[in-house]
Design a protein around this ligand. Structure first.
Ligand code: FCB
Length: 454
């Protein structure tokens, strides 16, 4: 057993995917609310108007987390809930929801990990150009200051962005996600302005929250050419630049990855790169599977290919390759030299309820065991991994897949919103308890963990 004594075990969700209450207490539209109103955007025309109704059921959800023995819960703030116009006047009723959630977590001894942005930009700001408008760095910094001053007395763990590579590429480059734009200049502007916003928010959080521990959350996966052809090899390098490097590299090293330098240069003003590369405390990793990449006529010249026939796939079709997780952790450790928190990992599975109301999600348990083992291999090989958060606590609104894909360790009946912990939730709880017991047992007699560390 190689997880260190103070390893953080948690679960992740996001506001848009779980909260629902889309029009309650002054929340306005995000770009995702608007995007989903057009036909064909999500499976079965699903929307997130109610989602898991976490907005009203958060107390029950925190109680569930407590029974699982989680150390931490990662959630995001819905920007249009706390700033209905995206900037300017704050909405007290929206802010008060996160007070209630944070206080309930602390009462349950679960550490809140707060992410500022998980894809739900206020539509009011999209109307002004959204991530394409350079002014957004100031709007985002003001939003970060509001959140920092309101919650920073109780929350110390802050992430600026969740998966900036995904929402920029899918939202502005390929048109698959909100706001549904496919335009080269839009993509490159969005990338740069998100990076600038990250840097500004890091400074604000550092200034306004005593003892803040700050990072960003990046999705990284090996990008493997689908064939031996030079075109596919070149496409794999291009996708890797957009997917893996477009955010962590400038944020750590104050430069864009070389395949993107020419494309980005028109948008870089003097001083920008230093403003982006502000020191952070950890690297947040989301990882599910590797990408198999082929040449494509889309605007980045790279498309997604099915994995080779012998690679197993999950219910959503994503390749299951635990070794890619181990390699990704080791690669991040050697390149970025920061403590790593895995802030999303998990799988969709074909979950069904049996006659006794039980969900025996063996596929998910197998996946989680294999990926936990891969993480331990990386730790044993020296990677500084400090925590693991499963995606997700609850079955929730899975973007374009709507409710058709279930990632939760807790089942949600989408008709009644009733929660039922799956077999994987019990497995996760037992695994956490066993490791905690082992970590205590291996400490010298009579010492608490903290005392032992000091
Ligand atoms: C990640 C997203 C998260 C969820 C999982 C399955 O890319 O950050 O919101 O949809 O995938």
């Amino acid at each position: 057993m190689t997880t260190p004594p103070r390893f953080v075990w948690g679960a992740s969700t996001s506001a848009f995917q779980t909260e629902g209450a889309a029009h309650d207490d002054g929340r306005t539209d995000s770009i995702w609310d608007v995007f989903l109103r057009a036909p064909g955007r999500a499976s079965h025309g699903d929307t997130a108007e109610v989602a898991c109704d976490h907005y009203h059921r958060y107390a029950e959800d925190v109680a569930l987390m407590r029974t699982l023995g989680l150390d931490a819960y990662r959630f995001s703030i819905a920007w249009p809930r706390v700033l209905p116009d995206g900037r300017g006047a704050a909405n007290e009723a929206g802010l008060a929801f996160y007070d209630r959630l944070i206080d309930a977590l602390l009462a349950a001894e679960i550490e809140p990990w707060l992410c500022l942005y998980h894809w739900d930009l206020p539509q009011a700001l999209e109307a002004l150009g959204g991530w394409q408008n350079r002014d957004i760095a100031g709007w985002f910094a003001d939003y970060a200051a509001l959140v920092a001053r309101r919650y920073g007395d109780r929350v110390k763990r802050f992430a600026t962005f969740n998966e900036p590579c995904v929402f920029t590429l899918f939202g502005y480059g390929l048109g698959w996600h909100a706001p549904g734009i496919a335009d080269t200049a839009a993509l490159h502007k969005a990338i740069h302005h998100v990076n600038l916003s990250h840097g500004r928010a890091v400074d604000v959080l550092r200034r306004d929250v005593a003892g803040a521990s700050i990072g960003a959350i990046h999705n990284r996966q090996p990008c493997i050419a689908a064939s031996d052809s030079p075109d596919d090899a070149a496409a794999a390098l291009r996708l890797a630049a957009y997917w893996n490097d477009a955010f962590p590299v400038p944020q750590a090293f104050a430069r864009y990855p070389s395949p993107l330098q020419d494309a980005m240069s028109p948008y870089i003003a003097p001083g920008d790169m230093a403003d982006i590369a502000r020191p952070v405390d950890w690297f947040g990793l989301n990882h599910y599977s590797p990408h198999y990449v082929k040449a494509d006529g889309n605007l980045i010249g790279a498309g997604f290919s099915a994995p080779p026939a012998d690679v197993p796939r999950s219910a959503i079709g994503w390749p299951v390759v635990p070794g890619a997780f181990r390699d990704t952790l080791l690669d991040i450790d050697s390149r970025f030299r920061l403590p790593i928190y895995v802030l999303e990992n998990g799988t969709a599975a074909e979950d069904s309820i049996d006659a006794s109301g039980h969900i025996q999600d063996d596929d998910r348990i197998r996946y989680l065991k294999a990926y936990a083992a891969a993480m331990e291999q990386a730790i044993a090989a020296g990677a500084d991994v400090r925590g693991y958060f499963v995606w997700s606590l609850l079955d929730n609104f899975e973007w374009g897949a709507g409710y058709s894909q279930r990632f939760g360790i807790v089942y949600v009946d989408h008709a009644t919103r009733r929660r039922i912990p799956k077999a994987s939730a019990r497995w996760y709880a037992e695994m956490i308890a066993a490791r905690r017991a082992l970590a205590h047992a291996t400490l010298p007699h009579g010492l608490t963990e903290r005392a032992a560390e000091e």
